[in-house]
Design a protein around this ligand. Structure first.
Ligand SMILES: [Zn+2]
Length: 466
């Protein structure tokens, strides 16, 4: 039976008018093709792109070596120090290259102990193409490392060991070298200043620790800044991680364009550590105890109150306790803290009365009610008139942060996947994840690697306007 054959040729024109042809692929089909044989198959596409990459990359590296032959300052021809072998690891395969080394020109002052030669192209240590690092990190923020490795090897002509460890290490490096650098650049020179009041929500979540002998879990603080223009900026850092939490929080705020004098409302649950972060970074902020956390505590106490006693004979006791709690909650909602405290204190005293000592459930109610009272007393400075704020459309709840905690911590690091984290090493992964959620990962790569994905509409528009 006759065959159909396509030969794919690469025509290179590295100097004007001078062309060379190389056959990079040959595709064959029987005339009697079935549906599965129509068009390119994945294996052929992988082989084709890898063959193109294997032609293009060495040619580019060779030209770079030639272009750098002359000193940029004085034009003198530089002495060659020979070549060294490197591997360029890309989305379209690993390509071995020979990179020219050149002696530093005598016209340049060589710093004592500094390098006397340089490479025509800096491979940045591991020679990983920015786009390979980008795609790896972007998906490693969403799904387990092993799945990323499988998916990339399935679709792309990626050589070598594409395993969980490779994906993990590359993501770690992206977090350390690219996202962190971008964050500190942004903190120094925010792209936009927050042009109006902002709302900052803070909350914590626990992740499982790798070092089980020291601790089972450690806490990650996650939060969100919502600006007047609606822009949202998520952040996350490990409590007592490498950088102190306070520095990490201030840097996260600065990256969102929020400074010490930006008018801000800070919402969080009654955690003393979180308030300390707020006082250091935004001392003049309006601070609000999250209504949601307070309401959940009331709800627990109410459930215990409803279940008080052993049956119909004790219904009046349950009713009395429920009434007391509901009145206390109503007063708290309407900004009447003194009344709320009186009601709760009265309820606590009532639960301690002798005749009630043997009522089923009374001690648990007693404990919950007094814990609730203590919680509110510790946070009495940040209790507000919730009903009035709500009427004015002002935020009273960190519900908008709960979702961030889930996005950043729960999805990736929580028990479902049984992942364990090292407190000292978790930050780069948190940084990558927040960059993906904030949609800033591509910008971070672009500022580190000029020319990274330049076909961006904004950039084209800027270039056209210039
Ligand atoms: Zn020179």
């Amino acid at each position: 039976m006759a065959k159909l054959v396509w030969r794919v040729k690469l025509v290179a024109e590295l100097r004007p008018g001078v062309t060379t042809e190389t056959e990079v692929a040959r595709i064959e089909r029987d005339e009697q093709a079935g549906l599965a044989e129509l068009g390119l198959q994945l294996a052929e596409a992988k082989q084709l792109t890898a063959a193109l990459q294997a032609e293009i990359v060495p040619a580019q590296v060779a030209v770079l070596g030639e272009r750098r032959r002359n000193c940029l300052a004085c034009g003198r021809v530089l002495a060659s120090k020979g070549h060294y072998g490197a591997r360029f690891r890309s989305l379209f395969g690993d390509v071995p290259v020979r990179v020219r080394r050149l002696l530093v020109c005598p016209c340049q002052d060589v710093i004592e102990g500094g390098a006397k030669s340089f490479a025509a192209l800096d491979f940045g240590g591991d020679g990983v193409a920015p786009e390979l690092a980008y795609v790896t990190a972007r998906y490693a923020a969403l799904v387990p490392f092993g799945k990323v490795a499988t998916l990339l090897s399935e679709l792309l002509p990626i050589d070598g060991v594409q395993n969980t460890g490779t994906v993990r290490n590359r993501t770690l490096r992206v977090g350390q070298d690219i996202v962190r650098q971008h964050l500190s650049d942004n903190a120094e020179q925010p792209v936009m200043q927050a042009g109006g009041p902002v709302v900052v929500g803070l909350d914590g979540g626990y992740v499982r620790s790798r070092h089980r002998q020291d601790e089972q879990h450690f806490e990650v603080v996650a939060g969100k800044v919502i600006r007047a223009d609606g822009a949202q900026h998520r952040f996350a850092f490990a409590r007592n991680g490498q950088a102190t939490a306070s520095e990490a929080f201030q840097q996260a705020l600065a990256a969102a364009g929020v400074h010490v004098d930006t008018p801000a409302t800070v919402l969080c649950d009654g955690d003393a550590g979180l308030w300390r972060l707020q006082r250091e970074a935004l001392p003049d902020a309006t601070i609000v105890l999250d209504w949601w956390h307070a309401a959940v505590r009331f709800e627990h106490a109410l459930q215990l109150a409803r279940g008080l006693g052993a049956g119909p004979a004790d219904t009046h006791l349950a009713d009395k306790a429920v009434r007391g709690l509901e009145r206390a909650k109503w007063r708290l909602w309407h900004g009447r803290w003194a009344g709320c405290r009186r009601k709760l204190a009265a309820l606590c005293r009532w639960t301690e009365r002798k005749p009630l000592r043997d009522v089923a459930g009374i001690d648990r109610l007693q404990r919950h009610a007094s814990e609730l009272l203590g919680y509110l007393e510790r946070n009495e400075d940040v209790l507000v008139h919730y009903a009035a704020r709500r009427r004015c459309g002002e935020p009273i709840s960190t519900a908008f942060v709960e979702s961030v905690v889930n996005e950043i911590i729960a999805k990736r690091t929580n028990k479902k996947q049984q992942m364990r984290w090292n407190r000292a090493a978790v930050q780069p992964f948190l940084d990558v994840r927040t960059a993906v959620l904030n949609d800033t990962l591509e910008d971070a790569f672009r500022s580190r690697h000029p020319g990274f994905r330049p076909a961006n509409d904004d950039h084209m528009a800027t270039a056209a306007a210039a």
